[in-house]
Design a protein. Structure first.
Length: 144
């Protein structure tokens, strides 16, 4: 999965990371880390309007969501796609009910967290594990 992520990530010089609620705080951290090791233009946002102003056909738009169910991303994705932007959705939980028409969906687990928790109450631990592995790979590639 890291290889697949990096294949997509390396095609673009501008990366926009998007998350809502607690996922946005993760996105801010990831943006900082990516900026340090990638040499790319990295932006983070939780605003759909701002996101639409940031993207173009040379941008990778990465959305972090634990469940994909907190809010509908349909309008956002349609607006982003109309700019010619590639979208990558990273979900911490497996969600086969997602009606999203996205080519690049990364499910970081094959399970779900406690269903009695609301999306903003769930942990983002697997996001950090995954992105730290990506960062480690980017760092090792820089050293060689």
């Amino acid at each position: 999965m890291i290889d697949n992520f990096l294949t997509i990530f390396k095609k673009y010089n501008k990366i926009v990371l998007f998350g809502l609620g607690p996922s946005f705080f993760c996105v801010e951290y990831f943006a900082y880390k990516f900026a340090l090791v990638s040499g790319k233009n990295i932006f983070s946002t939780q605003s759909e309007t701002y996101a639409q102003h940031l993207v173009d056909e040379e941008t990778l738009f990465i959305v972090f969501s634990v469940t994909g169910k907190y809010t509908s991303f349909e309008n956002l994705f349609n607006a982003i796609k109309s700019c010619g932007t590639e979208i990558l959705l990273i979900l911490e939980e497996y969600n086969n009910s997602s009606a999203l028409e996205i080519e690049n969906i990364f499910y970081l687990t094959k399970s779900t967290q406690n269903e009695s928790l609301l999306p903003f109450e769930k942990t983002r631990t697997v996001f950090f594990i995954f992105i730290e592995e990506v960062i480690a790979r980017l760092m090792s590639e820089r050293e060689t």
